[in-house]
Ligand binder design. Structure first.
Ligand code: DI6
Ligand code: FE
Length: 403
């Protein structure tokens, strides 16, 4: 269909306009090709659009398609046995320091062929698409050799090429120190991580660069070396920061004008101020907080007061957040972190787009934006956040076409 108008829709534009309407009760959305041509009250539809084919949404909720801005969707094997160990009292750090955790997934991912990785990731991606996710970020970080990091990024690119969803890739070579470099993080950063980043960038496999700044991974100086190369390659950065401790990671990310700082359970006032000053989005990952049974939640009130824009993501990964549902993460963001449903809706649309550097073309229902829409059998943002496990998606339109 070249152009059409969705009518009788309850529209959440999520355009962040403080003077705008947060809900348009009897709204209309005009779609021209792959873009939004107009949005507003149906009674105000411009005359020139009144001849376009119209489709009634029967009062259904219409939002921007959801955006999951933080996943480790591609990986080999699973960590169910570690899940049991943690239920018996082992901590995430103890398992990592004993050679389990991320490293055990690294060994499985290195062993897996590209096709095996594609197959297992495809099944997880389907779960997100069924929930109306139109854009998803996928990180590397379980290869930790040049060849295996490239293998992961090629799988992510292939997933995007073969599906309706737009996949953006993030290089996470600084995720953990692999066994062959145990105790030698500096050498790993110089000899593997940075050279793999350069090669991946030269092959067009990288949209952003990430790192894990924690005592069980890399310190601020080591991350800074990776980020310096990212800047040289003209790639934006983001960082797993403040998840288990405050190592100055949030300040480091902000100093590089990172797209986002993610986790933030241990962000300081100074860190929050630095984020707000540099436009760094705070990505909250309640699935990891829940799975690891963390006790310190991100200081949401402090982040709000500092003016940090907040996103919410699944952090889908086999160890700390084995959840393949952004809707569940939305429910957790309300229940565990105290976000309001409308804050969560902004967190999985407009602010998630900003965390991926894509706020100029998606994440809200605004004239000129991509016509990525989700149509729900639900009456409000609260209903979308309230339920866990029910399939509420009636229709999805990606790039102007029914997907
Ligand atoms: N923080 C996390 O929670 C995940 N990665 C990271 O940097 C954990 C990944 C894993 O446990 O496999
Ligand atoms: Fe993560």
């Amino acid at each position: 269909l070249q152009h059409r108008v969705l009518t009788d829709a309850k529209v959440l534009p999520l355009d962040g306009d403080p003077g705008g309407r947060s809900v348009i009760e009897r709204g209309a959305v005009a779609i021209d090709g792959a873009s939004i041509a107009w949005v507003g009250p149906a009674d105000d539809l411009p005359d020139e659009l009144s001849t376009w084919p119209a489709e009634s949404m029967d009062g259904r909720l219409v939002t921007p398609a959801l955006i999951d801005c933080h996943t480790h969707l591609v990986y080999g094997g699973n960590r169910a046995q570690e899940f049991e160990q943690r239920l018996q009292g082992a901590t995430y750090e103890q398992i990592a320091n004993a050679g389990g955790g991320i490293v055990s997934t690294v060994l499985e991912t290195r062993r897996a062929t590209k096709d095996e990785l594609l197959k297992s990731a495809d099944a997880r991606l389907d779960a997100f698409v069924r929930e109306g996710v139109g854009t998803i970020e996928i990180k590397s970080g379980y290869g930790l050799t040049q060849e295996d990091e490239l293998k992961m990024l090629r799988v992510a690119r292939e997933l995007g090429a073969r599906s309706d969803v737009d996949v953006v890739t993030t290089f996470l070579g600084a995720h953990a120190v692999p066994p062959e470099y145990a105790g030698r993080p500096e050498s790993y950063v110089d000899e593997v991580c940075i050279s793999a980043l350069r090669q991946a960038a030269s092959e067009g496999l990288v949209d952003a660069v990430d790192g894990f700044c924690e005592s069980i991974a890399f310190d601020a100086a080591q991350i800074s070396r990776v980020f310096t190369v990212a800047v040289e390659l003209d790639l934006p950065v983001k960082l797993h920061a403040g998840q288990l401790s405050d190592m100055g990671a949030v300040e480091l990310a902000s100093s590089f004008k990172a797209l986002s700082a993610d986790h933030l359970e241990y962000v300081s006032e100074a860190g929050a101020a630095a984020m707000a000053q540099n436009g760094t989005v705070g990505v909250l990952l309640p699935g990891a907080f829940y799975t690891l049974r963390e006790t310190q939640a991100p200081p949401v009130d402090m982040l709000r007061s500092a003016g940090v824009e907040l996103a919410v993501a699944s952090d889908c990964n086999p160890g700390s957040s084995p959840i393949t549902s952004l809707l569940l993460a939305m429910n957790m963001a309300c229940t565990l972190f105290g976000l309001t449903p409308m804050e969560v809706m902004a967190g999985v649309t407009r602010n998630a787009a900003k965390a991926l550097g894509l706020a100029s073309d998606r994440g809200s229902i605004t004239t000129g934006m991509r016509a990525d829409l989700a149509i729900w059998d639900a009456g409000s943002a609260s209903e979308l956040c309230y339920y866990a496990g029910i399939d509420m998606l009636a229709r999805k339109i990606y790039g102007g076409s029914d997907a």
